[in-house]
Design a protein around this ligand. Sequence first.
Ligand SMILES: Nc1nc2c(ncn2[C@@H]2O[C@H](COP(=O)(O)OP(=O)(O)OP(=O)(O)O)[C@@H](O)[C@H]2O)c(=O)[nH]1
Length: 517
Amino acid sequence: MAALLALAMIGRWVIMPALVEEERQLAVSELDRIERSLAQGQQSLLAHTRDWAHWDDSFGFVHDRHEAYSAANFSRDMFTEMNYQAMLFFRADGSLHWAAGIDPDSGRYTSCPGTADDCRWTLRVVTALQSALEQVPEEGMSLVITSPWPALVGVNRILPTSRTGPSAGWLAKVRLLDAQMEATLSEQTGLTILLDTLSMVSTEENTASLPPGSSRLEYTSDGEIAASRFLPSHQSDNMLWLSTRIPRDSFRARLQTFHYGLIWTGGLLLLVIIIVMFLLERMVLAPLRRFSRFTQLLHQSHSDRDIPAALQQRSDEIGTLSRDFQALLTYQRGQAAKLLELSRQDPLTGLANRRLYDERFSEAMCAEPSDNPKLSVLMLDIDHFKLYNDHYGHPTGDVCLMRLAACMEACLGGRGYLVARTGGEEFSALLPGTTLEDAVELGETLRAAILELALPHAASPTAQVVTASIGAATYGDSLSTPSDIMSAADQALYQAKASGRNRVVAHCPQALTRPVT
Ligand SMILES: Nc1nc2c(ncn2[C@@H]2O[C@H](COP(=O)(O)OP(=O)(O)OP(=O)(O)O)[C@@H](O)[C@H]2O)c(=O)[nH]1
């Protein structure tokens, strides 16, 4: 959205002003073109004036040596054909020698020696030109006059064809800036042109801000540009006002092209944004959501699932993140497993501790068939271990515990039974699938193995070596829970102790008690 807005703002604040400025420059250049056409007309008029002024007949005419000159050369047709309004011959002293032309007001053709009578209509233009004659250079001069009518004037010194000697006077040709001239200029430029005279007095405000030669551009209500320019005139109290109307078709076409461009660019931008959003969703957001869902699941349910393979197999940053996260997860799970193991292990002997033993006991109970359960336990206690500690010291007592643990593990653990240290110098063995008789048998084997260790116990009243008493119990009608069975085994152990130690006693009415051998 921001990109589209920026595009619209660029169009409004950058492109549009540039188009408007370009259009204004075009209007100014059109005015320049009209002015150049006007200048060409001036040059053409001046060239014609020069032809006539540098002609021996004209030279002689001003010196009164050619009486037939006016009759031979001036006629209404000639003036009409050449589009001259008047031809004025001035003597060297500036006085008018002859005036001929068509009165713009009456349309009457006149030709007379002076400005009296029929040629009175030339009086004002003659007066206007007389002040400029002295400034006419060798090559002649073009003037724009605005009074009595807007007109172009070409003025040249009258010389013989050889162009030598003093000038006989001046010849001025006047061509009106009238509708015909406007039509000619329109034809040359392809624009509708208006030429008019503006008084400096009436346009004081306008001209103050618009010096001669500068352009004024205004937008009209009918969709055109009214372009006008004030041109300096020979009469300083008036100016020639040149105006035209320039259609804005080109501007509109460019504006339309710009709008098309804007729409297309906006459309393409939108398409690019959609594609980028699609790719972003597909390549980044969706995988991240999947990753996030996985971590939430992990957090809520402590699931042991791995990060989806699709995420880990990606070759981008999300793939790297997934693999690193999976490695961290695996490491953390390993550490947790180690901790769990440590929490279930006796640190001194390396055997299972009471927690693991109880867990396994419950599991084993559940696994036994309810119609014929076979599950027995042995509970072992070292005889006179306090005396052992007292006699040999606590560290040696620890070694003794480790030796007995190893012995139990070798005897029972090797057969797949769980051996655990369930108290200070008390051990238990879980014997699934074992009858009480088999348990007693195993207890005996164990007791014998301990004797075989022959660990000296000089302080023992029972024997010279370390001995152990063992109680056995099994699953039965009255012993249906782990706690019951362990209590029964404890009772049997107590009996073993009470009856002289170093023996195996089974808990049951028909107790299988083996004497010391
Ligand atoms: N070295 C050592 N001794 C322990 C450890 N745990 C318990 N003991 C000792 O085991 C002894 C158990 O003594 P008692 O419960 O009086 O039993 P006993 O001396 O073995 O006598 P009876 O069981 O009646 O044969 C105590 O002296 C405890 O300090 C241990 O981890 N290391």
